[in-house]
Ligand binder design. Structure first.
Ligand code: URA
Ligand code: URA
Length: 195
């Protein structure tokens, strides 16, 4: 595909990601992680960036956090293959440091193209990085998770805790991150069923 044409399919976006050298992360990556799932889904999940396992496998959310995400989804009968899962960054930052603003901005056209092609009704942002960037807010995830935000066009954003955060906060008392996530995934499932 000519480089100056916008990608027309999700596969073509992935292909462009695989050849990407727009930021220095290409030097340290093992594999690009463009994202995967149902390109016709009404629901997209957006994480932060690939971790070690994801970098090795080229797939999003396949490490410990990903396995927890899969369980959270399964608990309300959402199948990974029915949704589309991706990240703000398509390449792993060394030692899993936070993505820089410039990395996010350089990588953003890939995510924007994916969103435009999939045209979801609901975007679930996982954790502070995608939530604050897409909603252009400095409010923390603890304040704004579990709420619906009108975004571009008909798209609504539903922020949830990042599964890595839940791995670090195992408690399940009422109001704990895990307890709130349980409530959020039920809210999300209801909204999906009503689409
Ligand atoms: N954390 C993320 O934000 N994304 C992944 O793909 C894996 C872990
Ligand atoms: N910080 C994050 O980035 N995500 C969470 O879910 C919680 C704290």
């Amino acid at each position: 595909m000519p480089k100056n044409l916008n990608p027309l399919t999700i596969e073509e976006v992935a292909e462009e990601c695989k050849n990407c050298k727009k930021c220095p992360l290409y030097l340290s990556r093992t594999r690009v992680v463009p994202g995967e799932g149902n390109a016709k889904s009404k629901v997209m999940f957006i994480g932060e960036a690939p971790g070690e396992e994801e970098d090795l496998k080229g797939k999003p959310f396949v490490g410990k956090a990903g396995q927890l995400l899969t369980k959270i989804l399964q608990s309300v009968d959402i199948k990974r293959e029915d949704i589309f899962i991706t990240n703000m960054l398509k390449c792993r930052p060394p030692a899993n440091r936070n993505p820089s603003k410039s990395e996010i901005e350089t990588c953003l056209p890939y995510l924007e193209t994916q969103i435009a092609l999939i045209n979801p009704k609901i975007i679930v942002t996982l954790g502070n990085v995608p939530t604050q960037y897409l909603l252009e807010t400095t409010q923390g995830i603890t304040k704004i998770r579990g709420q619906w935000f009108d975004w571009i066009g008909e798209i609504k954003i539903f922020p949830m805790f990042h599964p890595s955060y839940l791995l670090r906060n195992e408690a399940t008392y009422p109001g704990s991150p895990k307890d709130l996530t349980w409530k959020d995934i039920i809210t999300l499932k209801k909204a999906i069923d009503e689409l």
